[in-house]
Design a protein around this ligand. Sequence first.
Ligand code: FAD
Length: 292
Amino acid sequence: MKISKLHEKKKVVFSFEIFPPKPQYPIETVYDTLEALGDLSPDFISVTYGAGGSVRENRTSELSGMIKHKLKIEPMAHLTCVGSRKADIDTILAELQAGGIQNILALRGDIPEGGALDSDFTYAADLIRYIKETTDFDIAAACYPEKHTECESLEKDIEHLKQKVDCGVGHLVTQLFFYNDHFYDFCDKIETKGIHVPVTAGIMPMVNKKQMERMATMCGAQIPEKHRQMMEKYGDDPAAMREAGIIYALEQIVDLIANGVRGIHIYTMNNPLVARKISMYLQNILASVNEA
Ligand code: FAD
């Protein structure tokens, strides 16, 4: 099913993100994770795509097919266009179509160090336009409540987002964030700019010290003082840190749902234990809003 249609049926769509194993590892290494996530019955599972990797090394289509046909859960395949020719994109689109995949998260991808590669696409909007013109996929795009790291201002980034949405995006998924107020302000701002598609909140439970340090620099999300305190207090105790990260994420999610968020997307980091705990605590809340 197309995820845009799912948004018409449900008040809150609940989903997970996984990433495929690196090319040097067998694909089977992710099967247990996938099956464990499938048991939690999310509305969909998205599979990341290695920007700049060769088409041959792409395992996103294969895993998306497995999610659809073995787990019987809707997949959303990520697809980046940085460094890609139209022929590369055509190959992947054909693979996804052959696997019965209906949903794509269309991205530019990060520009590799040393500058942009030869490419038929400059921005995600170019990819979205191309997919829209040549296929019938339901297309999602990324958005950034605290602005994309390369953009000079949130206002400018929202202008670019509007161009993307106007190319044919059915719904949006946010970069991770830790302050819900940033998300609420962002939603108000995009509404006034005429962006009315459902926005799903991307939530990453910060369950270990390394992850927190890496994410802070990578994605530009403001790290709350509470997180720093958590890291100081529990950072060297993996079990305690994991619980603290899960509890923080749950508080965020409960508040988002109470304030009318249209979707929750958990960046699972391929950790089914974290996904299981979050799902367990959200079960009644999601049932309550979706059945109301
Ligand atoms: P774009 O929308 O093209 O924006 C990139 C930058 O260009 C922004 O600063 C924007 O303001 C600017 N811009 C856009 N249009 C214009 C214009 N016309 N003129 C001037 N500037 C413009 N990366 C991966 O490699 N694989 C993944 O699977 C993956 N999944 C992701 C999932 C989500 C939900 C998110 C939020 C990010 C994901 N990323 C992934 C990271 C993403 O590829 C990077 O953030 C990348 O740098 C930007 O991609 P984009 O699609 O948002 O780009």
